[in-house]
Ligand binder design. Structure first.
Ligand code: UGA
Length: 433
């Protein structure tokens, strides 16, 4: 089977590469000439563990190619994936202009029956819009079906998530389209992956509801952590005690500086907009968004309290990416906190194993970038852990203590144990413990 994946961002590149590894012939298309040139040279524009090896392997075996020629790729493909960006607009709703543009191009190039799949996270009703655009442009000329197949990949473990998903969701209006999609995903049948086959609209909502629920868990445990601090309880044990109830589940109950990244902030905001557009106020998710914003602010307060003040104070910041194993700094709580510290007059020395190139382009020019955690700790009034990279979990704390001007640490990811930090002579604060 030939497929074409339009958009070589995070979702498109991982999807195309993994399908190629399933044995499908995949053409990944992008209008960004530079990106396609990079990919042709074997360079990967994003940081994702294992992706380069998988791209190289499938390119070498002849199943994966990169091109800017959309027309030819659409002509050759039975299934066309739309994996272009849906960035948030000023008002928080998703910008569908790229999706619509691609739909028009697909319509112009239909040369027989095709399945058009939305893989990007799109508002409920987008499948219907795509369908309408294509029908209008190509008339009754060719048969096609529109399918919603949301992705549930996590940055940093995207390949594993694609190859061993908890489920595959397919929203479609025709049995033929479902049969073709199932054929495409057939290697997952061996793993007994559950398939949820539903309507296009239901599938579109599943994606938003799943992300909004996960964000709710995080904001919920962050509030529990804040309460723990007030009553003298330990959030890690509260989370453990809660999570052992199978109905609650242990995952996504790690308190911290708030959720970030390219998905949760965008999708929580979008689902409230979708609800509003239909005359409904999605109160829980609105509260989740508020709590997340307050959480970041509370972290700034925590650092201020630890350091005594912020004006003229030197802070070492460990981590800029929104989570470990990614260079993605979009909506990262670390970025927000660093910017706030600088706005309050602090001097910030920062280190991140992968996110510094991106940070240099968008963060305040006042940030001083360091070569490792030890350089960031040297001579600062307090050290702050903002992202839980593995290398920050096993720091030589004796050396760190020597390097710090005063032995103060704000561990916003609860990486270390309060009792042992105290025993080592640190003035140590964390979240909810
Ligand atoms: C998230 C979802 O987990 C994926 O299932 C989904 O496909 C993806 O969004 C998407 O919509 O594309 P991702 O944004 O890569 O994936 O990252 P997560 O690992 O979910 O983390 C999101 C944020 O929540 C991070 O800032 C992380 O630090 C924070 N988090 C996560 C917590 O603060 N506490 C937790 O317990 C878990």
């Amino acid at each position: 089977m030939n497929i074409c994946v339009i958009g070589t961002g995070y979702v498109g590149l991982v999807t195309g590469t993994c399908f190629a590894d399933f044995g499908v012939t995949v053409e990944c298309v992008d209008i960004d000439v530079k990106k396609i040139e990079m990919l042709k040279r074997g360079e990967i524009p994003i940081y994702e563990p294992g992706l380069k090896e998988l791209v190289d392997k499938n390119v070498a075996e002849g199943r994966l190619t990169f091109t800017t020629d959309l027309t030819d790729s659409i002509n050759r493909a039975l299934v066309v994936f739309i994996a272009v960006g849906t960035p948030p607009q000023e008002d928080g709703s998703a910008d569908l202009s790229h999706v619509k543009e691609v739909a028009r191009t697909i319509a112009k190039n239909l040369n027989g029956y095709k399945v058009i799949v939305t893989k990007s996270t799109v508002p409920v009703g987008t499948g219907a819009i795509v369908e309408e655009i294509i029908r209008k442009e190509c008339g009754a000329g060719h048969k096609f079906d529109v399918v919603s197949n949301p992705e549930f990949l996590r940055e940093g473990s995207a390949i594993e998530d694609f190859m061993r998903p908890n489920r595959v969701v397919l929203g479609a209006r025709s049995e033929q389209a479902v049969a073709i999609m199932k054929d495409l995903y057939s290697p997952l049948y061996l793993l007994e992956t559950p398939f949820v086959i539903t309507s296009v609209e239901t599938s579109e909502l599943i994606k938003y509801a799943a992300n909004a629920f996960l964000a709710t868990k995080i904001s919920f445990i962050n509030e529990v952590a804040n309460l723990c601090e007030k009553v003298g309880a330990d959030v890690s044990m509260v989370a453990k005690g809660m999570g052992l109830d199978h109905r609650v589940g242990a995952k996504f109950l790690h308190p911290g500086p708030g959720y970030g990244g390219s998905c949760f902030p965008k999708d929580t905001s979008a689902i409230t907009k979708i609800a509003k557009a239909h005359g409904y106020t999605f109160r829980i998710v609105e509260a989740v968004i508020d709590v997340n914003a307050r959480q970041m602010e509370l972290m700034v307060e925590k650092i201020r309290k630890l350091a005594g003040s912020l004006n003229g104070i030197k802070i070492g910041a460990l981590g800029i990416a929104f989570k470990p194993n990614t260079d993605d700094i979009r909506d990262s709580p670390a970025v927000y906190i660093i910017e706030r510290l600088i706005a309050e007059g602090a001097i910030v020395k920062a280190y991140d194993p992968a996110g510094m190139d991106n940070a240099k382009q968008t963060l305040s020019k006042k940030v001083v970038y360091c070569k490792d955690a030890y350089e960031a700790a040297e001579g600062v009034d307090a050290l702050v852990i903002l992202t839980e990279w593995n290398q920050f979990r096993k720091l030589d704390l004796g050396r760190i203590k020597e390097l710090l001007k005063s032995p103060k640490m704000a561990d916003l990811r609860n990486v270390y144990e309060p009792a042992s930090m105290k025993a080592l002579g640190f003035e140590y604060v964390s979240v909810g413990r």
